[in-house]
Design a protein around this ligand. Structure first.
Ligand code: ARG
Length: 469
């Protein structure tokens, strides 16, 4: 066979009629899976090296294959590689080019493997690399949150339940809630990496191979923790990718909640924060507008990642063992998930240091919503009343406040004493916002002292996690 024939079509003597032109286009994946090229080449180099160490290829053949693949890698990097749908996917494009470049040795690369174990290996190598980038951006955002929280350990704001003012909290404490969510996301990514980092190669089409291969060597060459334990399973299941997309969906869900708050807080009605102009846009018609585009877009993008999760679950759920072409559909959702989560984390890590808090507005809002009502009830309990009775009494005091447009702290002592004779002048200590937050000084609490400890622990954790970068 001469080289132009090889370029025409790799293999297939079994099929006697040329592929329908539209079917060729319809079934090709090269337009998107060429993104795996770098990992495909890494996998092929490791495979060829293993084959030669096991005496299946000669050293000379292996050397030719490795240098041919390196040349192809350079062509791809410089944009000079011409991809063809005739070769269907990234794997066959590279193999066909290798054969064109080095001839017969190139035809031996596919010994003892199949595209089925090849593609499963490529996706795992790809996800392993991208997962490290996701963790990096996640950590950048966590640092930014901790830095901002540190500036606001004592900044008082209303805490909400049902989006109604509930109790006073510190802004630092609120921000650290975001830190905790992202921290769990990072743990999930690390967990998921364990299951990604397993080698399918050597499973061949589905049943393994009759060549005397050494899968432990291939695993070691590619930095996988071990070869997969079952050839059928490892060429077919994409649960590791689904798991990654599930973790990404959780990250996006967290960012979406974060976004929702930033959008509310930056509105004129709340006016709790200002997001630097660099992260906002104006309106083409309304000159006064400054829109929080970054949080809005991130909130919107969370939907597509959850969509990808659903798509992948549906893709997998009806497939009998082992490989089915359905699996070609795994790539676009996975790639888009990686891009989306990376871009959103990056935008957030850049934006968070550019958020300024309007302490005044936060304070006024905390003061105006009877946020210390629970503190008054706790005060009465400490003086000997049962909590339910205290709750009732404070409810009456709040009604008076509503009727007379006063906060609890603005109601005079004789008036408060009308509700309970247990109330004394020291009641005002707990009715102030500062007193209220300072009293919640335990692990996980909102007191400035407790928040400082949480920040310290968070910094130590981040230093530990990022120390091997
Ligand atoms: N392009 C295919 C995919 O993405 C590669 C594996 C093809 N294997 C096969 N037996 N047709 O899944």
């Amino acid at each position: 066979m001469n080289s132009s024939e090889i370029k025409e079509k790799l293999s297939n003597a079994r099929l006697t009629i040329a592929t329908d032109a539209f079917v060729e286009e319809f079934t090709a994946s090269v337009s998107f899976d060429k993104r795996l090229a770098h990992y495909d080449i890494l996998g092929s180099i490791a495979h060829a090296t293993m084959l030669s160490k096991c005496g299946i290829l000669t050293e000379e053949e292996c050397t030719q294959i490795v240098s041919g693949l390196n040349e192809i890698s350079a062509l791809i990097t410089s944009g000079q590689f011409s991809w063809s749908i005739k070769q269907e996917d990234v794997h066959m494009n590279i193999e066909a080019m290798l054969i064109e470049k080095i001839g017969v040795a190139g035809k031996k690369l596919h010994t003892g493997r199949s595209r089925n174990d090849q593609v499963a290996t490529d996706i795992r190598l790809y996800l392993r690399a991208e997962l490290a980038f996701v963790v990096k951006q996640l950590n950048r955002l966590q640092w930014a949150i901790v830095d901002l929280a540190e500036q606001h350990v004592a900044t008082i704001m209303p805490g909400f339940t049902h989006l109604q003012v509930a109790q006073p909290i510190t802004f630092g404490h609120h921000l650290m809630a975001w830190f905790e969510m992202l921290s769990r996301d990072q743990e999930r990514l690390t967990e998921c990496l364990k299951r990604i980092n397993i080698l399918p190669l050597g499973s061949a089409a589905l049943a393994g191979t009759s060549y005397p291969i050494d899968r432990y060597l291939t695993a070691q060459l590619l930095g996988f923790s071990r070869p997969s334990a079952n050839s059928l399973d490892s060429v077919s299941d994409r649960d590791f990718a689904i798991e990654f997309v599930a973790v990404a969906s959780l990250i996006m869900m967290h960012l979406s909640r974060f976004s929702e708050e930033l959008i509310l807080w930056s509105s004129a009605q709340f006016n709790f924060i200002d997001i630097s102009d660099a992260f906002c846009t104006g309106s083409s018609i309304m000159p006064q507008k400054k829109n929080p585009d970054v949080p809005e877009l991130v909130r919107g993008k969370s939907g597509r990642v959850t969509g990808h999760l659903m798509a992948l679950l549906m893709l997998m759920k009806s497939q009998p063992l082992a490989y089915n072409k359905d699996n070609q559909e795994d790539k676009e959702p996975v790639f888009d998930t990686v891009d989306t989560v990376l871009n959103c984390l990056r935008a957030y890590a850049d934006m968070v240091p550019n958020i300024t808090a309007n302490k005044e507005a936060m304070y006024v809002a905390a003061k105006s919503g009877f946020a210390t009502a629970t503190d008054l009830a706790d005060y009465l309990v400490k003086k000997g009343l049962a909590f339910r009775d205290a709750h009732e009494i404070v409810g009456q005091a709040v009604c008076l406040g509503i009727e007379t447009h006063r906060d609890l702290a603005a109601i005079s002592l004789p008036e408060l004493q009308e509700f309970s004779s247990l109330i004394a002048a020291d009641v005002y200590d707990c009715l102030t916002l500062e007193g209220s937050v300072a009293s919640r000084n335990h692990v996980g609490g909102t007191a400035p002292e407790a928040v400082k400890s949480a920040i310290l622990a968070a910094r130590e954790k981040l230093v530990r996690l990022t120390s091997n970068d």
